[in-house]
Design a binder for this molecule. Structure first.
Ligand code: 3PG
Length: 213
């Protein structure tokens, strides 16, 4: 999948909901109820970070849940792309963008939300054809003010910012013209996952799903 086509696919995914839950899941047994809790709250796009031993199993379990679009996050090397595809991931998310990762996604037809943090990184990705990018770590690198400023010279790049985004600042991001959606872990906090408090997670998802209005 060439970068232009990949960006079209990524944009479609980013437009499905205002928030992509960023998930760190240690126990694959809870993958299904966690996905169901988020999807039923109105957040169908799920990013499972490859930061736990169980992450690939979690992706394969979540990929079976109707109504979900499951991505593999924290892609940091090209082998992660193959693993993510084998697990059933629909898309990839990377904190930064190496040639190896971009090439692996292109060769293996996996849409990617490639990470960028500076104007140079954003311009390089855009030159390659990636018009939808992850802005990371958003709050630490200037947040809304930075994205607004970047939108001046680079209005055709759209972003999913992540890193430090919460219920309190998400709407400010979503109000910017160059933002398609935001990513964040606040909709599935560890203590609620550990307590299997699916109702509270659905409530957080429901609030997040309506945040843009
Ligand atoms: C991450 O990769 O950890 C995401 O950016 C989520 O960040 P958050 O925990 O600050 O929402």
């Amino acid at each position: 999948m060439d970068p232009y086509q990949a960006s079209k696919e990524t944009e479609k995914i980013c437009r499905l909901a205002p928030v992509i839950p960023v998930l760190v899941v240690h126990d694959s047994d809870i993958a299904k109820p966690l996905a169901e809790a988020l999807i039923s709250g109105g957040l169908p796009v799920l990013e499972v970070t490859l930061r736990t031993q169980s992450a690939l199993k979690v992706i394969s379990e979540m990929a079976k849940v109707p109504g979900g679009v499951v991505g593999a996050g924290t892609i940091t090397k090209s082998i992660d792309v193959k693993d993510a595809i084998n697990a059933g991931a629909n898309f990839a998310v990377s904190p930064g963008s190496t040639d190896d990762i971009l090439e692996a996604c292109a060769q293996q037809n996996l849409p990617i939300l490639p990470g960028a943090a500076t104007s140079t990184e954003i311009m390089r990705l855009f030159d390659l054809g990636y018009s939808v990018q992850k802005f990371f770590p958003a709050e630490a690198i200037g947040g809304q003010a930075a994205l607004k400023a970047i939108g001046g010279p680079l209005p055709n790049v759209k972003f999913c910012p992540t890193g430090g985004i919460t219920i309190n600042n998400a709407k400010g991001y979503l109000d910017l013209e160059n933002i398609l959606c935001v990513g964040g872990s606040w909709v599935a906090p560890q203590h609620l996952i550990e307590n299997k408090d699916w109702k509270s997670i659905t409530d957080l998802a429901r609030t997040a799903s309506k945040i843009a209005f």
